[in-house]
Every structure is written in structure tokens, then in C-alpha cells.
Design a protein around this ligand. Structure first.
Ligand code: AMP
Length: 280
């Protein structure tokens, strides 16, 4: 396994690999890897000749009051995990390498970037779309792998890829969960034992809402109310939003029909958690 920190080296290696006819699979991450990340890497391993994983905590997608400085890091643990699932190349540039000047060039996906997560984290999706566009240009993958856990991010990246005519297949894979349903996340490491227990209410809320939809309820407000009620049972879990949205464009629903996604974002102490469930 190779570890590359320079854009020039990564770009020229990717160029030679493509010239040799190798298919490149790419998994962008911010590190502190868990089974969710590894599931993407395993899929990339199965479907490509070369697997590149990036580990880059992207300053451009953190707001000024967010957790950039304390975001968990474990370079050595990540290296071992990547090796264990057959990653060929880790691309892990510094912030100075990726943004030698204060970023003044951004990719913005309008419409999707200012709702839900974007309403609470204003420059977040601009930062995500910008770094993923840059990484696609550097790593030159045939196919890139993302987790449904970050549903809105997947929608932004798909639209960005299409809108910029990037020649990358975007693959979205299911959310990996702990045994009580909590979606795996690097940020779960912020939770103490009591908070960790409470955090399972996100998945309980989503599955309770899903049951309502399956039972035939068509009013989004009733479904959202169920999610709020389940979460309210846990003291100290503050809701940022609950939503029932169109699965394609994330627009709010007047009535529940077709493929929908249930989304939830909460704060437990200083930790923000998001989750979602696709109901098709
Ligand atoms: P992150 O390191 O949090 O930026 O995540 C890197 C990639 O892993 C993104 O595509 C995430 O959606 C994906 N991911 C994060 N958590 C999970 C999970 N629990 N299951 C599946 N994919 C995940």
C-alpha cells in the first residue's frame, strides 16, 4: 500500500494507471475509519483494479464554530484498516497542499445546498462539492463510493458530477449500523456512555416513522410528529430537524407518495448526529 501526500504525485500515478487500462475505485473519507468506511472500500476492492482511499479533514466544509480542530484523527489505525481491506493507495494531503491559498474557487450546487443540513451549516455543501470535485480531478477515478448515511451529501455529489459532466460513476451504499441501530460515525466517539445510549433514539424514531408510512399514513406531519415524539423520550437530545422528503431532490412533501427519505438531525451535548431512512 502506498501513502501519497502530494497532489502532483497522486495525479501522475492515477494518469499512468489509467493509461495502463486500470479501473480506479475511489473512497473519499475524513479518516478515523469505521466499518461504514470499510464497507465502501470493500465494494471498491471488488469492482476495480486499483482502490484509492483519501483521508482528508476538509476545512472548507466546517463552519467557524464547528468541530474542525477536535475532529478525531488516527493515522496509524486508519493505515492498518485500509491495508486490511486491500486499499492500494491512501491519498492524504495536508490542508496547505489542497488549499495553498485561502479558497476562492468554489463549486456550489444550488437548490440542494441550503435546505436541511445546509440550512444549519451554511457553507458546508459548498465545501463538500468543492473538495470532491478537486479530489475527482486529482484521483481520476472511474467510480467513487459514498455512504447513504450522508444522504444529502450524496444528492449534492450526484448533481455536482452530472452538472460538471465529470466522467465518474457515483455509487451510494447502505448505512452501516451498530447493534442498537445507531449509524456508525466518526463523531460517535465524542459521546459518553449515557449519551451513546440516548443516541439510539435516532434510529428508533426513523423506524417508528417508517412503520407509520408502511401502515398507510400519508400526512408528512403525522410521520414527523412520530419522530419528534420518539426523540422527546430521551432527555437532552435536541432536535435540529426531522423531515420527510422526496428521495430524489429532497424537497418537502405535501403528501407521502413514491420513494421518500426520512431524515433526522439532533444535538446531544456538543455532538451533532444525523441519520436517515430511505422508504421505497
Ligand atoms: P466521512 O469520513 O464521515 O466524511 O465519511 C466518508 C464516507 O463514508 C462518506 O461517503 C460517508 O457517507 C460514508 N459513511 C460514513 N458513515 C457511514 C456508515 N455508517 N455507513 C456507510 N457509509 C458511511
Amino acid at each position: 500500500m502506498q501513502i501519497i501526500t502530494s497532489i502532483t504525485s497522486m495525479r501522475s500515478l492515477a494518469g499512468s494507471l489509467r493509461q495502463e487500462g486500470k479501473r480506479i475505485g475511489f473512497v473519499p473519507t475524513m479518516g478515523f475509519l469505521h466499518e461504514g468506511h470499510l464497507s465502501l472500500m470493500r465494494a471498491a476492492r471488488q469492482e476495480n483494479d486499483i482502490v484509492v482511499a483519501s483521508i482528508f479533514v476538509n476545512p472548507a466544509q466546517f463552519g467557524p464554530k464547528e468541530d474542525l480542530a477536535r475532529y478525531p484523527r488516527d493515522a496509524e489505525g486508519d493505515r492498518k484498516k485500509c491495508e486490511s481491506v486491500g486499499v492500494d493507495i491512501i491519498f492524504t494531503p495536508s490542508a496547505e497542499e489542497m488549499y495553498p491559498e485561502k479558497p476562492g474557487v468554489f463549486v456550489t450546487v444550488e437548490g440542494l445546498s441550503d435546505i436541511l443540513e445546509g440550512a444549519i451549516r451554511p457553507a458546508h455543501f459548498r465545501g463538500v462539492a468543492t473538495v470532491v470535485a478537486k479530489l475527482f480531478h486529482i484521483v481520476q477515478p472511474h467510480r467513487a463510493y459514498f455512504g447513504r448515511k450522508d444522504y444529502q451529501q450524496c444528492a449534492v455529489i450526484k448533481r455536482m458530477t452530472k452538472g460538471l459532466d465529470l466522467d465518474v460513476e457515483v455509487e451510494v451504499l447502505p448505512t452501516m449500523r451498530e447493534s442498537d441501530g445507531l449509524a456508525m460515525s466518526s463523531r460517535n466517539s465524542y459521546l459518553d456512555a449515557a449519551q451513546r445510549k440516548k443516541a439510539a433514539c435516532l434510529f428508533r424514531a426513523l423506524t417508528a416513522a417508517e412503520e407509520l408510512v408502511w401502515s398507510g399514513v400519508r400526512e408528512p406531519e403525522r410521520v414527523k410528529q412520530r419522530m419528534r415524539a420518539v426523540i422527546a423520550q430521551e432527555e437532552g437530545v435536541e432536535i435540529d430537524y426531522v423531515e420527510a422528503a422526496d428521495a430524489d431532490d429532497l424537497s418537502p412533501l405535501a403528501t407521502i407518495k413514491g420513494s421518500i427519505v426520512l431524515l433526522v438531525a439532533v444535538r446531544i451535548g456538543a455532538t451533532r448526529l444525523i441519520d436517515n431512512l430511505l422508504v421505497v
